[in-house]
Design a protein around this ligand. Structure first.
Ligand code: CMP
Length: 137
């Protein structure tokens, strides 16, 4: 079964939205192979967001994702789990995310968009290995 890395970012934890967010994934029929609350370290953040290293917002992105506890999950289920999770999340920018999605319903700005989900099979494998190195592929 396909797996993806899913993060409830520090804004989701601070706002008490973790239960609401995870419920949406569970209601869809997805399940959690791993579920862990912890603060992402700076080296982990820089590695996780390496594709954004040349962007102007990179330092702010790293500061934000390391600013408090996140909830990290490996999500699985039937079907194209990566695509399904990204559909539930909604567009990266909450101002254009559709109503009914996590970001469309619960967030307003791109820098605090509550959640992260791997965007491809390659990314999912890399991100799961980074945060859950002991999980079997
Ligand atoms: P995420 O899916 O975690 O992947 C990269 C993140 O960069 C993205 O969600 C946004 O939270 C963040 N991001 C994208 N564009 C901007 C921006 N213009 N300013 C600040 N953060 C951004």
């Amino acid at each position: 079964m396909e797996k993806t890395l899913f993060i409830c970012k520090p804004d989701a934890v601070r706002r008490g939205l973790v239960g609401e967010i995870l419920k949406r994934l569970e209601n869809k029929g997805l399940r959690f192979l791993e579920l862990q609350q912890r603060t992402i370290s700076e080296p982990e953040a820089k590695e996780h967001y390496v594709e954004h290293a040349d962007k102007a917002f990179f330092d702010d992105l790293v500061a934000f994702i390391t600013s408090g506890p996140s909830v990290l999950a490996v999500v699985t289920g039937d079907g194209d789990v990566i695509k399904i999770v990204r559909g539930i999340m909604g567009a990266t920018d909450p101002s254009v995310a559709n109503p009914g999605t996590i970001r469309g319903d619960l967030a307003t700005i791109v820098s605090e968009n509550l959640v992260h989900g791997s965007d491809s099979m390659t990314a999912a494998q890399r991100e799961i290995k980074l945060f859950f190195p002991n999980l079997e592929a």
